[in-house]
Design a protein around this ligand. Structure first.
Ligand code: IVH
Length: 696
């Protein structure tokens, strides 16, 4: 889709396409955010995640009027997860701007000096900064009332976090009581983390027990703290450092450094590496020092936070877009190491995307042993000419999944093997197809691929598809896990015996479910098509297909025949207004797979898929006719005209052929009007169309 034109020049169909893509991006980004923040298990590489966000930003910039209320660009961090109580922070928990170089740091201090007039007027006035290691964990706010610990909350979206009081109480470092000179109300802010050795120990244990292995210490810390079962947190080694305060009933000091000293005196853990830097040169020296020594620290650092020391200046500087002007995070470059790539495996995601993963000779990168790293996609491997047996540079930075960055070509051995990316799915052997403009291949065996099975089954029973009362996504997960339902057709073979004695299923609820399933044995063709979960085939497309082909049998025959490019069946398919080449390819790919045909056949045995019933419009002059709209109409948009024509029993096509009965010509109609004249197809003006359709 082109994004080079503004909304005003766009056709309704193009607007719909942008809306659809924005909706999909919002969904995908939300799912990735949830995986990362709420389930503590990222399921895409940072590069892929960033690409989604960038695409979303680019589309929103071009189409500001299409920005969704739930747009990812309007969210910071993640919303609090269900299951924990919510805590509204008395003062927002902010994030930080980033600096990546000495120049960026100079820009930061210059900016602060300019903002505080007396500093820019008097070059001799020092700007002292407190430098603190930036730990890669998760931020936490601890509240003390009358010197007693009362509540702990995560950052959440910065305004509202999760109540993790019970979990924090299991941390040995936590002072539950503060001394008498502490204020009545004190909220402290800090970072909970897992040390590198504790992370390795935990992952070894998880692996032995066959449980989830965490991608990095940050995820392990988050996953360990955010446990509804507090005994799990208690069994995990978590630590924390405090780096500041939120709400306080009385000010603690005039300087940030002074505040930290008090906190430390009261027994709160303040990082001993915290230091005051008298000027920019001292700040740079601190950075060099810590960067050199960080691999030897027992926790992950992703940079240094510099904060203006004087609190009156902090107040005056304030914050812009949720980041304070008085602080900045200087990031470290990613940590790298060299190792040998032993093998490349393909991982199939829940939506069918194929990701190549490098199996490595284990190597320590920044204190963590890495044996797997992402290779992103097939172009990444070929562009960098990565071969099996190569010596490669591996990188990990903070949260990011480790990645192979390049080959050390000097060390390439003669038997290093170039890699051929598979064109079939390693999980189910279906064809793996790569669409134009897409970086990743996708497995086309949606309904049979075990990697995708759960998403497809959830889609199959979802509200707009089969909508089986009492059968939700969670049930499908357990049914699949237990081997009770492996493909959609098996839902309709469930018996009372299958459900008897299963957790959560009593006699009555089992009866109800079977009755609800029975109820759906008769299904409308468009719902059936939608439920199959063919890529790009949403509800609107399913309806178009049902309308055009009428019955399951006719549709299937036509899709199989459309396999031959240039065939009449292919021409018919792409002549449907709203179906283009890319969608046609996905439909054909689906019917090219024998196992998809088997799934459809298995469903057909169980179901009564009803033919599409056209609205009763037998007295309309357009009933059963094929129409094409071209040029701009004055009275209505093309989308509306199309909907009206369909409502009157017509089929609306996107291009003119011998089969076209009417072409409605609006202003500035181009080649379609000409073609209609050539073929002798009846041409209607807008006024004639309005009159014949009873709208004038
Ligand atoms: S100050 C007022 N100091 O970094 C600004 N944050 O990128 C609030 N972090 O959400 C943060 N060490 O989780 C601050 N010494 C430190 C920090 C630190 C780690 C984290 C914190 C924050 C994130 C912002």
């Amino acid at each position: 889709m082109s994004t080079s034109q503004g909304p005003s020049e766009m056709t309704p169909l193009e607007i719909m396409a942008v809306e659809k893509e924005l909706a999909e991006l919002a969904d995908q980004i939300k799912a990735h955010d949830a995986a990362y923040y709420q389930n503590d298990a990222p399921n895409v590489s940072d590069a892929d995640y960033d690409a989604l966000r960038q695409r979303n930003d680019a589309l929103e910039k071009l189409h500001p009027d299409l920005v969704r209320d739930d747009s990812p660009s309007k969210r910071v961090g993640a919303v609090a997860a269900d299951g924990f109580g919510k805590v509204t922070h008395s003062q927002p928990m902010l994030s930080l701007g980033n600096a990546f170089s000495t120049d960026d740091m100079a820009d930061f201090t210059d900016g602060v000096r300019r903002f505080l007039k007396e500093l820019s007027d008097d070059e001799m006035l020092p700007l002292e900064l407190v430098a603190e290691p930036k730990i890669d964990g998760l931020s936490i706010s601890l509240r003390y009332e009358d010197r007693t610990f009362v509540q702990a909350a995560t950052r959440g979206d910065g305004t509202t976090g999760e109540d993790v009081t019970a979990n924090i109480l299991t941390l040995k470092q936590l002072p539950k009581q503060l001394p008498a000179d502490a204020p009545d109300v004190l909220e402290v802010r800090g970072e909970v983390y897992m040390s590198k050795p504790d992370f390795q120990k935990l992952n070894n244990m998880q692996e032995k027990a066959g449980d989830k292995v965490f991608a990095n210490p940050r995820n392990a810390a988050a996953g360990s703290l955010r446990q509804l079962d507090v005994s799990v947190t208690a069994g995990r080694a978590l630590s924390f450092f405090i780096y500041g305060v939120g709400d306080t009933s009385t000010p603690l000091s005039d300087t940030h450094w002074g505040v930290l000293q008090k906190l430390r005196d009261w027994g709160l853990p303040v990082n001993p590496k915290t230091q005051v830097c008298a000027d920019g040169a001292a700040a740079d020296a601190y950075y060099e020092d810590l960067n050199d020594s960080r691999a030897g620290l027992d926790y992950d650092l992703d940079g240094i936070v510099y904060k203006v020391d004087r609190l009156d200046w902090q107040d005056r500087l304030g914050a812009v877009s949720r980041a304070p002007r008085w602080a900045i995070a200087r990031k470290f470059p990613a940590e790298q190491a060299t190792t040998v790539l032993k093998e490349i495996d393909i991982q199939v995601g829940r939506t069918g995307s194929l990701t190549p993963v490098a199996r490595l000779e284990p190597v320590t990168v920044g204190g963590v042993v890495v044996s797997n790293a992402t290779l992103h996609n097939e172009d990444y491997i070929s562009d960098k000419d990565i071969r099996i047996g190569d010596t490669v540079v591996v990188q990990r930075a903070g949260d990011v999944i480790p990645q192979v960055v390049r080959v050390v070509t000097d060390k390439r051995s003669t038997d290093a093997k170039p890699y051929t990316f598979p064109d079939t799915c390693p999980e189910c052997d279906s064809r793996a197809v790569r669409e134009e403009g897409e970086a990743k291949r996708h497995c086309s065996g949606g309904l049979v691929c075990p990697a995708q099975a759960i998403e497809r089954l959830k889609h199959f029973v979802s509200r707009d598809a089969f909508d089986i009362e009492g059968l939700g996504g969670k049930h499908m997960e357990t049914f699949l896990k237990d081997g009770l339902v492996k493909s959609p057709g098996e839902i309709f073979k469930l018996t009372e015996q299958d459900l008897a004695g299963r957790d959560g299923w009593g006699e009555q609820s089992a009866k109800n479910l079977l009755a609800a399933i029975e109820d759906r044995r008769t299904i409308a063709l468009e719902r059936f098509i939608y439920a199959l979960g063919i890529p790009q085939v949403g509800q609107a497309t399913a309806k178009l297909l049902a309308h055009r082909y009428g019955s399951l049998g006719a549709w299937r025959t036509a899709m199989i025949a459309a396999h031959v490019h240039g065939s009449e069946a292919y021409g018919d398919l792409v002549s449907i207004d709203g179906i283009g080449d890319a969608m046609a390819r996905d439909l054909i790919a689906f019917f090219d797979e024998q196992h998809n045909l088997d799934v459809v056949a298995a469903l057909e045995e169980q179901l009564d898929v009803q033919d599409f019933v056209a609205p009763d419009v037998s007295d309309s002059p357009f009933t059963g006719k094929t129409m094409v709209f071209t040029g701009a109409l004055e009275a209505m948009s093309r989308g509306e005209a199309k909907a009206r024509a369909e409502g009157l029993g017509a089929k609306v096509a996107g291009s003119v052929s011998k089969k076209t009965d009417y072409v409605v010509v609006g202003a500035d109609a181009g080649s379609k009007a000409k073609r209609a004249a050539e073929l002798g197809v009846t041409v209607l003006s807008e006024a004639e169309w309005l009159e014949m359709s009873g709208q004038s």
